[in-house]
Design a protein around this ligand. Structure first.
Ligand code: ADP
Length: 335
C-alpha cells in the first residue's frame, strides 16, 4: 500500500541479486557495521524497535543495501520511498499511519524533504504521533494520531543539508566511507560468482583500483567487462583484458571517467587551476550542480585532485601531474 520507491533506471535484476542479505555479507565499513550490529542485537534482545538511523555518504556506498539489511536483521518489513517523491505532508502522514510495529521506513535523499513534510516527521520520530490539521477556515481542527513504533532509516548524500532538528532525532548517525581496493576486490569476487564469471586475482584488483572506491561502480564495471567478454568469447578474464576494456570505456588508471577529466581540464586550461564556482563549472560541462557535487567531487576530493575553498574549487598539483602538466606555484591555493 505504501508507494514503493521506483527502482533506479540503472538498476537491473543483477543489482538485486548482488545486494548482500545480512550484515555478515556486507563487506567493509567495519566501525559502522559494529555500531549497527550492537544496536540491532540490543533492540532484538529487549524486544524493542530499533532507534532511527541516518546513513550519509556519497552515492553507491551501500546506504540502501543497509536499510534492507536492517529490516531483515530485525525481522521486519521494509517500506522504501525517496524524499523527492513525497511532496505533500498528507502522503507522508498516510505512509506513517500504515506502518506496523517494528516496520522500517526508508527515505532516500532525505535532505530533499520539504519543510512541511519534515515537520510531520519531528513528532513522529520523537513521540510516535502526528499532528494533522484538518478542514479550513472556522472549521479547522487539529487531530493527533498515534503511530505504531517504527524505525525511520534516512539516507543522504549531503548530510550538511539536513536541518539540525531532523538530524538530532536520529539515534544512530552513521557515515559511510569510501572502500579500500581490498574490500572492493572481495565484493567483486562475490559479484563474479553471482554472474558466473571467471576472473583471475590480478583482474579483480585492476577493477578494484579503478572503481572510484565505490561498490556500485565496481559492480557496474564488472558487468560492462562481462559484456566485452561475452562478445569476444573470453572465458577467463585477466588483467590485460580488463585494462583494455576500461580504456575503451574511457576509465583511466585512477578511475576517472571522461566527465571527471573534462572538469579538471577546464579548470586547468581555462581558469589556471581555479578557483572556479560550481555554477560556472556545471554550466560549462552542461550537467546539474547536484551531479557534480554528488557524483564527481567527493571522489576527486578524496583523491586529492581538487580542493574546495570559500572562493570555489581549485585543482591541486596532483591533478596537473595526472595529465603530465607542469604545475606552477601561482596555481597554489595558499599563494
Ligand atoms: P547507495 O544507497 O549508498 O547509493 P546501494 O546500497 O544502492 O548504495 O549500493 C549500490 C550497489 O553496491 C548495490 O548493488 C550493492 O549490491 C553494492 N554494495 C554496496 N555496498 C556493498 C557492500 N559493503 N558489500 C557488497 N556490496 C555492496
Amino acid at each position: 500500500m505504501i508507494p514503493e520507491r521506483s527502482l533506479r533506471m540503472t538498476e537491473t535484476t543483477d543489482d538485486l541479486n548482488l545486494r548482500p542479505d545480512n550484515l555478515e555479507q556486507f563487506i567493509g565499513q567495519t566501525v559502522l557495521k559494529e555500531r549497527l550490529r550492537v544496536s540491532v542485537e540490543a533492540a532484538l534482545h529487549r524486544g524493542d524497535v530499533l532507534d532511527h538511523v541516518l546513513f550519509s555518504g556519497p552515492p553507491g556506498l551501500g546506504k540502501t543495501t543497509l536499510a534492507a539489511i536492517i529490516a531483515r536483521e530485525m525481522g521486519s518489513s521494509l517500506h522504501s520511498t525517496s524524499a523527492p517523491a513525497i511532496t505533500r505532508p498528507g502522503d507522508l502522514a498516510r505512509m506513517l499511519t500504515l506502518l506496523e510495529k517494528g516496520d522500517v521506513l526508508f527515505i532516500d535523499e532525505i535532505h530533499r524533504l520539504n519543510r512541511q513534510c519534515e515537520e510531520i516527521l519531528y513528532p513522529a520520530m520523537e513521540d510516535g504521533v502526528i499532528d494533522l490539521v484538518l478542514g479550513e477556515g472556522v472549521a479547522v481542527r487539529s487531530v493527533k494520531i498515534h503511530l505504531k513504533p517504527f524505525t525511520l532509516v534516512g539516507a543522504t548524500t549531503r548530510s550538511g543539508m539536513l536541518s539540525a532538528p531532523l538530524k538530532n532525532r536520529f539515534g544512530l548517525d552513521l557515515k559511510l566511507d569510501f572502500y579500500s581496493a581490498d574490500d572492493l576486490s572481495t565484493i567483486l569476487k562475490r559479484t563474479a560468482e553471482v554472474l558466473s564469471l571467471r576472473l583471475d586475482g590480478d583482474a579483480t584488483m585492476e577493477i578494484a583500483h579503478r572503481a572510484r572506491m565505490t561498490p556500485r561502480e565496481a559492480n557496474r564495471l564488472l558487468r560492462r567487462i562481462r559484456d566485452y567478454a561475452t562478445v569476444e568469447k573470453v572465458s577467463l578474464i585477466q588483467a590485460d583484458f580488463v585494462r583494455d576494456c576500461l580504456e575503451r570505456m574511457g576509465i583511466d588508471e585512477k578511475g576517472l571517467n571522461e566527465l571527471d577529466r573534462k572538469i579538471l581540464r577546464l579548470m586547468i586550461d581555462r581558469y589556471g587551476g581555479g578557483p572556479v564556482g560550481l555554477k560556472t563549472l556545471s554550466a560549462l560541462v552542461d550537467e546539474e550542480d547536484r551531479t557534480l557535487e554528488e557524483d564527481h567531487e567527493p571522489f576527486m576530493l578524496r583523491l586529492g585532485l581538487i580542493e574546495k575553498s570559500p572562493q570555489g574549487r581549485r585543482v591541486t598539483q596532483a591533478a596537473y601531474e595526472h595529465f603530465g602538466l607542469e604545475y606552477s606555484s601561482s596555481s597554489d591555493l595558499f599563494s
